[in-house]
Every structure is written in structure tokens, then in C-alpha cells.
Design a protein around this ligand. Sequence first.
Ligand code: ASP
Length: 438
Amino acid sequence: MAANNPPKKGGIFRAYLNFNVLYKILIGLVIGAIAGVILAANGVTSLPAWISMFGTIFTRLLKMIIIPMIVGSLVVGASSVSPATVGKVGIRIILIYLLTSAFGVIIGLLMGNIFQPHAELAQVTEMAADAAGKTAESNVWEVISNIIPTSVLTSLVNETVLQVIFFSLVFGLCLSYMKVSDDERIREIAHTTFNVFDCLAEIMMKVVRGIMQYAPIGVAVLICEVFAKNGAKVAGALLTVTIACFLGYIIHVVLVYGGLLKLYKIKIAPFFKEARTPFITAFVTRSSNGTLPTTMTAAENLGVDKEVYAFSLPLGATINMDGTAIYQGVCAFFLVMSCFNRGLTFGEMGMIVLLATLASIGTAGVPGAGAIMLAMVMQGINLPIAEGTILAGAYAMILGIDAILDMGRTALNVVGDLTCTCCVAKRLNYLKEDSLIK
Ligand code: ASP
């Protein structure tokens, strides 16, 4: 059988496939950054369309798998857990996800207050305003009510992630009840349906592994574009935003995740050793959803019961966005300070905590999604990013460095999912004795 054939030796392609995927992606990142800097230094700010295409292919591939991946993993996740466990695990995990995200925004706002990042917006061009032309229309109440789809097919077709999640969870929960029905016919069809979704989830994992082989090329091109486009322009202000965000990410890891792990008496060193792979994967792919297979493997290696992580991690990849929350706090500060030459009022900060926590729930685990939600947060504090306004220009500047900020925030999002999962698993005795428990 073909599967038993030993791998052929030699050949660049074979060597490429055999080389560790994480190192490959990191190499792609470095090469892309260096090329971008060289291009910017020579006045080249954009890449030819045929080269750009390689970056676009990567982001499209990631987007392609999101909906089937969410459906497969959430239906399997929700229906793998016994009905009693879903109640127990579900409520706890959602609460801890929300709480850590709220902490994230507070840390982000603190970073904003300390670093006071702002730019001289006289320099912002109309061209920059174009990129931010989209006005955020939804408000916080709409975000909540919009979670429930009016048509499942429309949600799938429009890729409305939160609605797809909601329906997948409802579907999976019903399936879990059917699997333990007294009626044999119901049990049988439930098991068949479960197998179909289990197969879908497995197929998607395989597809992701394939996409990761392409990732180094996509990442190199995307990073090259970011560096070529931005060059040294407004580098100071954007550098401050970047430092404030990344410091916020680090503080969050140490205080919130370190604190939680300590509180739940989970050994910190082995946890972070295992969290390293999903961390790096998320950093380079900028997609919590794309990182799911590695996050799940890490949870498995950490001794978390599959009943918990198969449910909590796909959910967390979409609704738990602590890094995104920090980013919202810092960037809201940057936008207000740059455009109105003032900091945020307490009222605005309170509103931002609420909005950004909810926004992070509504943020899909895909590259750049957080930047779109930032527009919603600004709308919520009555500073809409309207076309042609100075605010739109400042927002466009943030979009310019979004790839860099997104790397850190996605890595944090993923480590947050894993931390909360381990804590809830520990609390409910779903963590194997010999792994992480002190
Ligand atoms: N890229 C992030 C994630 O996948 C979402 C965001 O843009 O903030 O978790």
C-alpha cells in the first residue's frame, strides 16, 4: 500500500516538507521583513500584483477553512460531552473567558495611559483615510442579539462566525442528548450524525496541516508588504503603539495567566513549555482558528480530558480574545489622543471595557478580525470612524501595522484559551493527576 512506502530521499521539495514547519514560517517571516525594509529604503511601497497574490492565497486558504472547521469541531466538541458536563464546563469556561478579556482591556487602557501613543495627524493623507472608509455600524446590543441567526444557511454563506458558533453549539448539544436517548433508533442516528461531523473535523485538521506547509511563503510576502508599505513613516508613533500593545500582552501573561495558574495550583513551567508550540503557531499564522490543531495537541499533552478541551478550545478560539482586548484598549487611546489631543475620559474607558470585551467575543479567530472590531468599539464611544475624517486616517495607520500587532494578540488569545481550559479542567477534575497538578 502507498501509505507503507518509505519516504523518498532527496529533492528540494521533500527536504522542504521534512523541515520543521515552525522554523520554516519563522524563516519566511525574517526573509519577508528584510526584503520589505530593503524595498522601502528604495522607495518601493507595494509589491507587484503577482507577488502579492502569494500572500493573498495564504489568507484566503485560512479563511476557507474557518466555517467548516468551526462547524466540525464545535458540533463534535459539544456532542462529545455528556449533557451534564456541558452545563458544568460551558458556564465556567464562558465566565472565565469573559473575565480574562475584561482584564485584557483594562491592561490595554493602562498601557495607553502610560505610553500615551499618538501621531501628528497633519501627516495623515486622504489615501490613508480610504483604507478606513468602512464605518462601524453595529452597536453592542446588536452584537448580542445578532448572535442568534434568523437563517442558518445565510449565516453559513455570509460566514457570520458568531451565528455559526451559536447554531453549532445548539446542534451539538441536542446531538449529545440524542446519543444517550432511551430510544435505540434515536441513539443510532445520533451516532451516525456524530461520525459524519467527526470526519469533517478530522478532514479539516488535515487541510490545516497542508496549509501550514504553504504558510512560510504566504507569511514572507505578507510581512514584506507590511514593511515595504510602512517604511520609516510615522514609525515613532506606531512603534509606541506596538510597544504598548506588546508590553500589555506580556503583563497579561504574567499577571492574569500566571495568577490563574497559581490560583488553580497548576505548575507554571510545564504549562508554558507545552504552550510554546501553539504560541509560536498563533504568532506566525495570526489565526486562533488556524492554530486550533496545535492548541488541542498541547491540551492533550498537558493531560486535559478531551471532553473539556474539544469543547472549550474551539469555543475559545472564537470567543476568547484577550490579546485583541488589550489591542482595543491601546488603539482606542491612540485614536482619541491622535485626533483630539486628549486622553480618554473615565466614562469612555468604562464603555471601552464593556465594548471591547463583547467585541472580542464577536471577533473571529482569523487574521485582522480585531481591527474591524476596533471600529465597532469607536462607534460605541460615539467617535465613529467615518469616511474622510481624521479618525479614519488614524485608524488607517493602525491598519498599516495590524499584521505586527495581530501576531502578538493572536499568540496571547491562544495561550489564554489554553490557560482557561486547564484551569476549568483542574477545577472539575478533568486534568490528569500526574501532569500539571502540584
Ligand atoms: N487574529 C486574531 C485571532 O485569530 C483575531 C484578531 O484579529 O484580533 O485570534
